[in-house]
Design a protein around this ligand. Sequence first.
Ligand code: SF4
Length: 251
Amino acid sequence: MPKKIKHKTDQERSPRVQLQQLQQELVGCQLCPRLVDYRQRIAKQKRRAFRDWEYWGKPVPSFGQWNARLLILGLAPAAHGANRTGRMFTGDRSGDFLYDSLHRYGFCNQASSRDQTDGLRLSDTFISAALHCAPPANKPTPEELEICRSYLWRELQLLGRLRVIIPLGHIAWKTYLRTRQELNWPVPRPLPKFEHGAIYELDGRTTLIASYHPSQQNTQTGRLTKEMFDQVFEAARQQIKAPLKRARKNN
Ligand code: SF4
């Protein structure tokens, strides 16, 4: 008699497998017509310096470990950065700035991020974004942010060991808080204010740290210096080391 194949339900699959499946689904996403058009157009037009590249031109999946304690939330892939290389914060100056600090504080194995074959490995860290497709002029619409938030909504439920969340920039900050509200997870009232370096405890287990985005607009004008950015990751490291005040209810 043939053996019955039992298909696992979502609940029976491990968070690691569910996260992998979520990223596979995300890479095929076409829910935002304006962004689908833009990311593909950029991938065809290319920048002169990258004319020999085959651009990724698809939604950029999140990157990192399912059991990470640190979550970094970016804004969106850069048109000629992650939209070209297919990996978060890879192939542009923002990524150089980010991975340099992550490396200094032991959250990844090297300070540079060139392409998907460069050997970069994150440690105890997961990187996602408010939006997974490059938007024109780096400006997503509220509707696009709302649609893409459904991926973060699902990721947060699978990332069961998170202790520290670092949204990079005001849009990522609002996206994270909004997603928590949609999940009915505790959110302080009034809502925490976005101010670089501000630290908020959310539920006795999760700490939210505000940081400016390491965009060239911020780093080249001195609005965000290396020291200011390093302080954020130093604080993250300390929070991760600190004893838990209470276990998370939702996991
Ligand atoms: S931005 Fe997000 S929801 Fe919109 S097409 Fe890209 S992956 Fe899909």
